[in-house]
Write a protein that binds this ligand. Sequence first.
Ligand SMILES: *Cc1c(COP(=O)(O)O)cnc(C)c1O
Length: 369
Amino acid sequence: MSHRIPIARPDLGKEELEKVDEAVRSGWVSSKGPFVDEFEKGLSKYIGVRHALAVSNGTVALHLALAGLGIGSGDEVLVPSLTFVAVANAVAYTGAKPVFIDSHPDYWCIDPAGIKENITRRTKAVLLVHLYGHPCDIRPILEIAHDNDLYVIEDCAEAHGAEYKGKKVGSFGDVSCFSFYGNKIITTGEGGMCLTNNRDVAEKMRILKDHGMNPKKRYWHDVVGFNYRMTNLQAALGVAQLKKISRLVERKREIAKRYRELLGEDNGVTHAPEMPWARNVYWLYSILLDAGLREKIINALDLQGVETRPFFYPVHTMPPHKRSSRLPTAERLSARGINLPSGPKIGDEEVYTAASSVRKALKSLRSKA
Ligand SMILES: *Cc1c(COP(=O)(O)O)cnc(C)c1O
């Protein structure tokens, strides 16, 4: 069903058309071409990291990061359970085992205490996800990683432009990964990027993403590589999107502010957090409701043409990655959370309509209870 107010609509216009048009006319439609380079340079400058590798999507960015750091069979990687499944899948692709960590109740990302408790002699890395636009508490995690000789990978797929203590996420880990899927803060249709300050890791990832081809000897392959390249067409979109990223992030924060004001604090709605050390970019504006009301609110909004999404299921509860252990905070957040319409193209009136629909639905459900 198509909704009057969709959850996310990309902000695409004349600038994007012009760049894609230029790419098509130039004939450079595959992964060679000037836009790939320009997009890589642009994002690495924006985040403040030296090396950038554009790839075909965010999932392969995660796989490439893990492979580039040499993670494989017999290794364990600590990941949050409450996130998109691609995170655990990427770990599984390498042959390593994802070990699921609970969420912090205040800001919903991976809990540093859980990281510490789950380190074994097989643990090689921790993969952080800045969930729904809010950064992880990075400082204590970097300390734990340093003390235990672990790599840190940042998944910034939902947090382009978010900041931890005044510095952009994606600039802290050994490798950081981005996605540019259609509903992300900037989009290339499908697309991703790996950033790193480590020249050797960058070089290894560059070889792996291009079939493992030896850079000095064409069609000579020393390793089993992948084709994870981004096309010049995608990068053309990315170059145009990157020019407006600051405005898109500001708009996300404005939308969040409006939802906070319109929904208020007094009616059983818990708002998306912003810790004192964080600058949240509110990828999809998130609220928590009573678990018993959540499905009913989703349905009530659906009938009014307002699209919402339930939070992710905790990955450790689903068949491919099922574990018997409980992660109570992740499970509780997952049962209570919804995302509200908050794409960059959403108008103030639409935010007002969506927020009013939530208020009305809450009120009528309460009066029935
Ligand atoms: C979207 C997303 C991904 C996957 O990105 P794709 O480009 O869709 O492959 C990975 N991790 C998180 C946290 C995401 O939200």
